[in-house]
Design a binder for this molecule. Sequence first.
Ligand code: MLT
Length: 413
Amino acid sequence: MFKANDNFAILPESYLFSEVARKIREFREANPDKELIRMDIGDVSLPLPAVVVDAMRDAATQMGESAGFHGYGPEQGYEFLRSLIAEHDYVRRGIECIGADDVFVSDGAKSDLGNFTDLFGKNVRIAVAEPGYPVYVDANVLAGRGGQEQSGRWSNFTYIECPASAGFRPSLPNDRADVIYLCYPNNPTGVALTRDELKKWVDFALANNSLIIFDSAYEAYITDSDVPRSIYEIEGAEKVAVEIRSFSKTAGFTGVRCGYTVVPRTLRFTFDSGEPADLNKMWRRRQSTKFNGVGYVVQCAAASLYTPEGKAAVKTHVDYYMRNARLLREALVEKGWEVVGGVNSPYVWFRPTVKEGNPGSWELFQKILDTANLSSTPGVGFGACGEGWLRFTGFNTAEKTLEATRRIKELTL
Ligand code: MLT
C-alpha cells in the first residue's frame, strides 16, 4: 500500500503566508465595504521596468522565429546571464573568487532554499537563526530532519535565538552545526550584520566544517557602508558558504520568477565515507535531474537588469520601497512603539504598546486588521523569538503606504 510522507503529518497544516492570506480572505468576506491595505507578504507593487518588458518582448519575438527559437536550455542557466551575474555582482565589487561556473540561475530564492536540502546528509544538524524565514525549518522538516515538535520548536534543530534584548542579532551557538541558515539583511527583522559580525560566522563555519546557507534576497536594500553586500566579501567564505539571491524584490520579479544561487567550486565537504563531496558538481547533478532551467524569455529579462537602464530601474524600485519603509518606521517610532528595521531592509519589525494584557502576534494581527484594516505578518510565524512582534512591508504603493501611516497614527490597541 502506498504510504505518504509522514513528515507532512507533523508539519503545521498551513504555511505562514497561506495562513495570513486565509485570514485576509475571511476579513474581506465579512467586511466587503472596508478598504484593506496589504502590509503583510513582501510582494512588490511597482510594474516591471520598461527595459525588462522590452527584453521580454524581444526574446518572445525570437522564440517565434526559427532562427531565434530556444528549446531546453542549460539547467544551470544560460552562460550570457551567469557571466553578467558573476561580473557585475561579484568581480566588479572586488569578489574575484566567484565566476560564471559558480552561478546557478533559478526560478527564485524560495525554491532553491527548499531544494538545496537535497544535498544534505540525512542526519545533519541544522541551525536556524530565529526569527527566520519559515522555509528553512519547513523544508528540513519535510526532509525528515526535524524530530519532534514542541511549542513551535523542533527537537533536532539548533535555534540561534535572536531576542529583542539582543537587538535581534545572532550569537554563535555553543555547539557546532552542520548547516547554518543566515539571512541578512534579515527577513523579518530588517537587522543587517556588519562585516565584523559576519566574519565571526564565517570563522565559526571554517573552524567547525559547517555549511552556511546565506539568504541574501534583500542585499540591494543595504545602505550602511560597513554591511557587506555579499558573504564572499569575507575571507574564507568561498570555502563554506552558498549564497542565494533573487530578482523578485529588486526588479518586480515576484511573478516572473528568477533568482540565482552561488555554489562556489571552492566549497569542499565530505560524504559519510570521508570521500570529498563537491557541492557545485552535486547541485548541477541535482538540477539536471529535477529541473529544466528557467525560461529563455525570463533569463533575457534578468540579463536586461545589468544594462545601465536596468541598473537605474533597480535603483528606482529600491529607493521607492525604502521610502515607504522609512515612512512606516517613522510612524511607528512616533507612536513610541518598539521598532527595528527599515534602514537596510524594506521590512519594519515592531512591537505595539497595548493598554492592557500581553497579546501575542496573532491577536495583535487580528486587532490591527479589524480596527485599522491593515494586514501585517505575525512575528511568531517566524519562530518563537518573534512572539508579540509584527512585520510591515514597504512593498506596497507609496499612496497606500501613506494611508497606512495615517491609520497607524490613529490606532490605539
Ligand atoms: C516575505 O514576505 O517574507 C516574502 O516575500 C515571502 C517570500 O519571498 O516567499
